[in-house]
Design a protein around this ligand. Structure first.
Ligand code: SIN
Length: 288
C-alpha cells in the first residue's frame, strides 16, 4: 500500500492493490491552491481512479475543477446539458428500460486522435441498489503478461472506432426503448483510427493495455481472425477479478479516472430507481 504520508496537503487512502484511492481533506467548492492541485494530480496518476467523498458541487464548480485539471475534452454523440456544452447529464429514470449508459467495457472516446486524459463523474442521485462503476487496472494487466507476450504486443497498433456503439448500424441506431440521455448516432462514428495497443502513461511511465471491447475493432496488419483471437484473449485477461476495482457510489461524490490506463463498465441493476450523474472530460494527448 502507498504511504499516506507522501502527501502534505491532502489525505489519500489507496486500496490495498494501489489501484483506486479516496482523497479527503480538501474542499472542492473552492479553487485549490497550486500545491494541493499538484498533489491531487499526483494521486490521480498514481492510483488511476480517485474518489472525493462529500463534495456537494454545483455545475460551475465541477466545470472549474475540470478546467484546473486541463482543458475540456470533446464529448461527441451525446447532447450536452442546455447551456453547458461541456457537461453531460447521465440521467436514468425509474421507468427506463433501455440498457444503462456505459454498460460495456471501454476507455472513454478512445476512437479520438487525442482521447480524454480524465473523466469526472459527480453523483447527484444514487440508487439504493446497483449502479456501481467497475474499473480495470490496465497497467497491472499488462505487467502480468509474460515477457514474450509483452514483446509480441508492444509494436502493434489497435484499430479504434465508435461504430459499434454510435455508428449508422451501431447498437444505439437500433434502440427502440425510450432513453432520457439523448444520443446522436452518426455516420461519422463509422470512421476508424489506430493507437498503440500498449500505451505508455505520460506521467508514471508505466505501460498499459489500450484496447476495449466497445471501441477496439481490430489490429493493424493482422487478419480479422488473428485480431479477434488476440483481442478476445486480451479482453478476458483484462477483466479478471484481480484487476478490477468495483466503485460503490454515495451521493455528492466526485470520481475522476485516468482513461490512459483504465477501462470501465457501468453496471445496471437499479431498474425502478433514479440515477443521476454529471460528467465532464479533460482533454488528453495523442497516445504513444
Ligand atoms: C460512463 O461514463 O461510462 C458511465 C459511468 C457510470 O455511469 O457509472
Amino acid at each position: 500500500m502507498d504511504a499516506v504520508l507522501d502527501y502534505r496537503t491532502i489525505a489519500v487512502a489507496p486500496r490495498p492493490s494501489g489501484f483506486g484511492a479516496e482523497i479527503t481533506g480538501l474542499d472542492l467548492t473552492r479553487p485549490l491552491p497550486a500545491d494541493v492541485l499538484a498533489e491531487v494530480k499526483a494521486a490521480w496518476a498514481r492510483h488511476g481512479v480517485v474518489a472525493f467523498p462529500d463534495q456537494p458541487l454545483e455545475l460551475d464548480v465541477l466545470e472549474a475543477f475540470t478546467l484546473s485539471m486541463g482543458g475540456f475534452g470533446h464529448d461527441p454523440y451525446i447532447k450536452p446539458m442546455a447551456g453547458r456544452p461541456n457537461v453531460l447529464e447521465l440521467r436514468r429514470e425509474p421507468d427506463e428500460k433501455a440498457t444503462n449508459f456505459g454498460a460495456g467495457w471501454h476507455s472513454d472516446w478512445s476512437f479520438q486522435a487525442a482521447p480524454p486524459a480524465a473523466t469526472l463523474l459527480h453523483s447527484k442521485v444514487v440508487p439504493p441498489v446497483g449502479g456501481d462503476t467497475l474499473f480495470v487496472d490496465a497497467c497491472r494487466a499488462y505487467e502480468a503478461l509474460s515477457p514474450a507476450m509483452q514483446r509480441m504486443l508492444d509494436p502493434l497498433r489497435a484499430i479504434h472506432s465508435a461504430r459499434q456503439a454510435y455508428g449508422s448500424k451501431g447498437v444505439f441506431s437500433r434502440e427502440t426503448e425510450k432513453r432520457t440521455l439523448q444520443i446522436v448516432v452518426s455516420e461519422e462514428a463509422d470512421a476508424a483510427l489506430t493507437h498503440p495497443l500498449v500505451r505508455t502513461h505520460p506521467v508514471t511511465g508505466r505501460k498499459a493495455l489500450y484496447v476495449s471491447p466497445v471501441y477496439t475493432v481490430g489490429i493493424e496488419d493482422l487478419t480479422p481472425e488473428e485480431a479477434r483471437a488476440i483481442l478476445g484473449f486480451l479482453f478476458a485477461h483484462l477483466t479478471q477479478e484481480e484487476f478490477i476495482y468495483r466503485h460503490k457510489w454515495r451521493e455528492q461524490m466526485l470520481l475522476m479516472w485516468d482513461n490512459r490506463c483504465t477501462m470501465h463498465f457501468a453496471e445496471g441493476g437499479y431498474d425502478g430507481h433514479l440515477r443521476l450523474m454529471h460528467r465532464t472530460t479533460v482533454a488528453g494527448e495523442v497516445p504513444v
